[in-house]
Design a protein around this ligand. Structure first.
Ligand SMILES: Nc1nc2c(ncn2[C@@H]2O[C@H](COP(=O)(O)OP(=O)(O)O)[C@@H](O)[C@H]2O)c(=O)[nH]1
Ligand SMILES: [Mg+2]
Length: 510
């Protein structure tokens, strides 16, 4: 509580005493660095899942999991997290693949959308089968930049950098597909899609079963049950295409077959057919071919959003700071802080007049007064000399969601209160001395000197604070409305000030 003359002003919430560094004289640098780091973290853009996903579908053993492994092959360190691809049936639970800065594999419950457990090795089919495929799925996060979409705005309303989600589904004839007429129910396709990836082996391109499933999906699109952002984009990956001379013929055949099916259902289809041979063993295919294939694949899959994805570069900090909501702007609070400092100076400047704490006051003027009247008279004379000791700290507060909250508390307000607190202590000391003024005190100036001079000297010492230099530098740029420049200057100055404070302290204690 900061005492004012006749008022009490709450500094509620403005002083953080929980920080153990707070009261230590040293470590200013560390404290400011932590506060700047907190700002950094808050400014980092959130990465959120784009609602439109990419399902990878196809028959059992078509090469879906192998495709995922090949796409994610550069993440050798996360090898044990990649889906298992083998001649035996492997995939029992749907697998989501998306972007994150560091690799992780989770098992997630669908109904609560909560992470059940983090896994460190991709589970075998037996392990996966302990869980109901309609209630659980696996989620693999890897730093694959192709899955990062930038600031696109497709289907999700959430703000942030969007990441694409790829879904490797259990093979549709592997005994794990849920039996249903609706491809949305059995997970062949989602309600919102960027593209659909259909995987088949070169020797399976004529499969009637595949055609029936695709027919159901095409129909879901036609009836509006399945939505594709910017039209139905189907990417077909034909695996085991070991004979390159046959690629063109295979592509043409698949193209004709599916375009014919699309015409029958009366939908328009954007179709890309990619022929590939990943090789017998999972690590067979050469790096070069692998990279070419991965590039072609990502390009085909993201073709519907190619235009939006160009805006992928995150908006730089300066632009975002310039767009801060009005109540995040610092100008007013800085102007107010500087005004408080000026007022504190003016106040302390008045504290002694003609070298006296209460000028023109002596014991003769108090003769014959009651105790109460004496105190009131002295207090009134003192108030007349110094003026009001009162500040509005409430409006200096930054909201909790402000990216600079920690810096503001730990540096700016801390420095400000370091200037104010000794003057506040002096005010308390003076009030106490007036309250306790004994009747026998004949030399009032001597009395106040004995009781207040020490506090007065401490209050004067705050004028030496280097925080004043920071304020002086800020003054000229306070009104030029460039929020980004203001923030950058403030942060640099605070670090400089903190480093100097630590340096000075180490010299003093050396
Ligand atoms: N030689 C060769 N084998 C492949 C190719 N694609 C997949 N395979 C193999 O086919 C088997 C089944 O693949 P998998 O990805 O598990 O099929 P899924 O059931 O669709 O996930 C695995 O042994 C893969 O290594 C390919 O292009 N060439
Ligand atoms: Mg699989």
């Amino acid at each position: 509580m900061l005492q004012c003359l006749g008022h009490e002003v709450s500094k509620k919430g403005l002083i953080m005493s929980s920080n153990p560094l707070k009261n230590s004289e040293q470590n200013h640098t560390e404290r400011v660095q932590l506060a700047i780091q907190a700002f950094n973290d808050k400014m980092a853009e959130k990465i959120v899942d784009e609602m439109a996903v990419i399902h990878i579908i196809g028959a059992f053993s078509a090469g879906k999991s192998r495709l995922v492994r090949e796409l994610l092959r550069p993440y050798k360190t996360a090898h044990s997290l990649l889906p298992i691809s083998s001649k035996e049936r492997q995939t029992a639970l749907p697998l989501e693949i998306t972007y994150a800065d560091t690799p992780h594999l989770f098992r997630i419950r669908i109904d609560t959308n909560t992470t059940e457990t983090e896994l460190f090795v991709f589970p075998s089919r037996e392990e996966q089968q302990h869980f109901d495929a309609s209630k659980h799925y696996l989620r693999l996060e890897l730093p694959e930049p192709a899955l990062l979409l930038g600031n696109v705005s497709l289907c999700s309303a959430e703000e942030g950098i969007k990441r694409a989600v790829l879904k490797d589904m259990p093979g549709w004839n592997s005994g794990d597909s849920l039996i249903s007429e609706n491809p949305l129910d059995n997970g062949l396709v989602g309600a919102n899609n960027i593209s659909l990836v259909y995987v088949t082996r070169a020797n399976g391109i004529d499969s009637q079963d595949d055609l029936t499933r695709l027919h159901a999906i095409f129909t879901a699109f036609e009836t509006g049950d399945a939505f594709f952002y910017n039209g139905f984009n189907l990417v077909i990956v034909i695996t085991c295409c070991d004979d390159e001379s046959e690629h063109d013929a295979i592509k043409q055949r698949v193209n004709e077959r599916l375009q014919h099916l699309a015409e029958k259902v009366d939908i328009e289809l954007q179709l890309t057919v990619l022929c590939v041979d990943f090789g017998k063993e999972p690590e067979d295919s050469s790096e070069l071919n692998h990279q070419d294939f991965a590039n072609d694949f990502w390009q085909a899959v993201f073709a519907p959003i190619a235009e939006q994805a160009q805006a992928i570069t995150a908006r730089d900090w300066a632009t975002r700071i310039q767009q801060w909501q009005a109540d995040w702007h610092l100008q007013d609070k800085l102007v107010q802080s500087l005004q408080i400092i000026k007022n504190v100076h003016a106040f302390i400047g008045q504290f002694k007049k003609q070298d006296q704490f209460i000028a023109n006051m002596n014991s003769t003027r108090l003769l014959g007064l009651s105790d109460q009247d004496r105190i009131e008279k002295v207090q009134a004379a003192w108030l007349k000399q110094v003026g009001q000791w009162q500040f509005d700290f409430e409006s200096l507060h930054l909201t909790d969601d402000h990216p600079l909250t920690q810096w503001w508390q730990d540096y700016w307000l801390t420095q400000l209160f370091e200037l104010i607190n000794p003057v506040d202590a002096l005010v308390q000391q003076m009030k106490l001395a007036i309250q306790q003024l004994p009747i026998e005190a004949t030399d009032l100036q001597q009395y106040f000197h004995e009781h207040v001079e020490d506090s007065y000297q401490k209050a004067l010492a705050q004028r030496q604070s280097y925080f004043h230099c920071v304020c002086d530098v800020m003054e000229p740029i306070l009104h030029d409305n460039n929020q980004a420049k203001l923030v950058a200057t403030l942060l640099s100055l605070s670090l400089l000030d903190a480093k100097y404070a630590d340096y000075y302290h180490s010299l003093k204690t050396a």
